[in-house]
Design a protein around this ligand. Structure first.
Ligand SMILES: *Cc1c(COP(=O)(O)O)cnc(C)c1O
Length: 225
């Protein structure tokens, strides 16, 4: 087993058989990683990959066009990127304002299935973070669900990386409660995306159905210039 496999197998096992909570799946976050790293993980059976930057993702997708991968956009989305996002991703996890919804709907090609959409919530109310406020979620969900080229699948959050575990757990629990309310109202909702390399076990224990893991799989990312 090489180093990548030694990191990957235990993660997939743990997600399939969590100690608490239901099983979850992993989106491998491949931002800043070369296409060859994605290819190596795909060879181990991983299909879903997350990218933060549209242009970087498109370049990788071209190199990996021979593979059948599922691409998730997880980085902040600007309206001028909606066209490419709707065309080149299977999921957009970072929808956080109403303006983006009709743009994504309009740009989703008719020959592809509906674009899977998660609403990103700024669950700790941090001033610097993307995400809508918790009390805006229901209205956004109703708008997303009404658009024919979008499939409203659920919610995403990046809670504040607080040193106190109880604080982090409480943020995940608030997300779970919000998720249950949206799910009661919209039958298409089945995905709660929360948890990253440092905190995915806690997120899964609090009900995450999808975790986004980067450095714990690929190793530390090179520092940004
Ligand atoms: C980078 C990133 C991740 C993965 O972070 P790691 O700590 O490397 O696992 C997950 N979600 C989002 C939105 C990210 O930007």
């Amino acid at each position: 087993m090489d180093a990548l496999e030694a990191r990957y197998r235990p993660l997939v096992d743990a997600l399939a058989h969590p100690v608490a909570g239901a099983s979850a799946r992993v989106v491998a976050v491949s931002k800043t990683q070369p296409a060859e790293a994605v290819r190596a993980l795909a060879a181990l059976g991983q299909r879903a990959f997350g990218e933060n930057y549209v242009q970087e993702a498109l370049a990788k997708q071209r190199e990996l066009a021979d593979l059948d991968l599922e691409w998730h956009l997880i980085g902040p989305l600007q309206s001028n990127k909606c066209r490419e996002a709707a065309r080149h991703f299977n999921w957009v996890q970072s929808v956080d304002r109403a303006k983006l919804l009709p743009l994504l709907d309009k740009e989703r090609p008719a020959d592809r299935g509906p674009l899977n959409v998660l609403l990103q919530v700024n669950i700790d109310g941090e001033a610097s973070k993307s995400g809508c406020a918790a009390d805006e979620v229901m209205a956004l969900a109703d708008e997303a669900a009404a658009l024919p080229r979008l499939a409203l699948r659920g919610l995403m959050a990046i809670p504040e990386p607080h040193p106190d575990e109880a604080h982090r757990r409480a943020a995940f629990a608030r997300m779970r409660a919000l998720f249950e309310r949206v799910r009661e109202r919209h039958a298409s909702v089945d995905t709660l995306s929360m948890g990253m390399s440092d905190d995915w076990p806690l997120a899964v224990a609090e009900g995450a159905t999808l975790v986004r893991v980067g450095s714990a799989l690929f190793g530390a990312r090179p520092a940004k210039a």
